[in-house]
Design a protein around this ligand. Structure first.
Ligand SMILES: Nc1ncnc2c1ncn2[C@@H]1O[C@H](COP(=O)(O)OP(=O)(O)OP(=O)(O)O)[C@@H](O)[C@H]1O
Length: 308
């Protein structure tokens, strides 16, 4: 990964309001070549609004947005990006191969059609009309269209929603390939394991602001939570009531829990069940870190709602 050099896209002190609601509230972000940047956050955090501004589809009310040093509405900048949004309106009667050729024709140096089709896993769909494809197949075609222009920056908004496991893994392999070629990728996803597996840098947003930004490991290290697993006769319902336990669930004969006081929980577990076995303690994953980070930021919303 080479993230040195100037950023390929940038937001500086960006604010976006819809009426009197502030969707993005003073955001600073930099995107680099050769890097998968995951933008995470609960519903309504401002992720899509941020991407819309980078794509030139929405204008900031304050601050500055640059794409390859240009205004994102400039064609010269837009020709360097590829986009896969959550919904795509494509001509239904065109065949996949026709769609690929049409989209590639907008770009100055598109990828070879075969190569695009192989990368996106649509080689067997080229002669099929787009409308006749399943939802997951249509997502794969949308991915092919996003990468066919050999973009230097690729925007993927929830790309693997509706994809089966094989298609999802294929997309992950393709993304790693594109990044190795030097492309930058902006990924939004609610599948935290996807961000954990792919992202070089993760930004967690809530209520239009950045809560945390860094590598997956940086984020995991920011929360004190640990995962504890063991085989025990104790059940999750009982353990979840302990004040030091954040969350507990039964996984077959195993008990799984998260806690920010692992030592004291382990002592208590061993006291309660002398037969307890296969004890494992691990640092929390991205999912727990995300929950922990966003819980505090979301709390005022609840309070505001109650007060209203
Ligand atoms: N066109 C619009 N008009 C009015 N409000 C909007 C508009 N677009 C977004 N918003 C509001 O701005 C806030 C941020 O929305 P945004 O779609 O950017 O969130 P998100 O993080 O992408 O959410 P999700 O995970 O649900 O896709 C939300 O409160 C949303 O209701």
């Amino acid at each position: 990964m080479n993230t040195t050099g100037s950023p390929i896209a940038q937001l500086s002190s960006v604010v976006k309001r819809y009426g009197n609601h502030t969707a993005v509230d003073g955001l600073d972000l930099m995107l680099h070549r050769g890097e998968i940047f995951a933008l995470l956050g609960p519903n309504g955090a401002g992720k899509s609004t941020t991407i819309s501004m980078l794509l030139g589809l929405a204008r900031p009310d304050a601050g500055r947005v640059e794409l390859f040093g240009e205004d994102p509405q400039q064609l010269v900048a837009r020709r360097r990006i590829g986009v896969m949004l959550q919904s795509a309106a494509l001509p239904p009667t065109l065949r996949v191969g026709e769609l690929l050729r049409l989209t590639a024709s907008y770009y100055p140096a598109p990828r070879d059609e075969r190569e695009t089709a192989e990368l996106a896993g649509v080689a067997d769909l080229l002669k099929r009309p787009y409308a006749a494809l399943s939802g997951g197949q249509q997502r794969r075609v949308q991915f092919a269209l996003a990468l066919c222009g050999r973009p230097e920056l690729l925007f993927l908004d929830e790309p693997t929603v509706g994809m089966d496991l094989e298609a999802r893994q294929k997309l992950w392999v393709a993304l790693r390939h594109l990044v190795a070629e030097g492309a930058g990728v902006v990924l939004t996803t609610h599948y935290l394991e996807e961000a954990e597996a792919l992202a070089h840098r993760v930004c967690v947003m809530a209520r239009g602001r950045v809560l945390s930004e860094g590598s997956v490991d940086d984020l995991r290290a920011r929360v004190a939570l640990k995962r504890v697993r063991c085989i025990t006769r104790l059940r999750a319902a009982e353990v979840a009531a302990w004040p030091e336990v954040a969350e507990a669930r039964d996984e077959g004969e195993r008990l799984w829990l998260s806690t920010d006081r692992a030592e004291s929980v382990v002592r208590r577990l061993l006291d309660a069940d002398a037969q307890l076995g296969e004890l494992e303690v691990q640092r929390a994953g991205l999912a727990e870190a995300f929950t922990e980070l966003t819980r505090a930021a979301e709390a005022p919303t609840e309070a505001t709602r109650e007060a209203a």
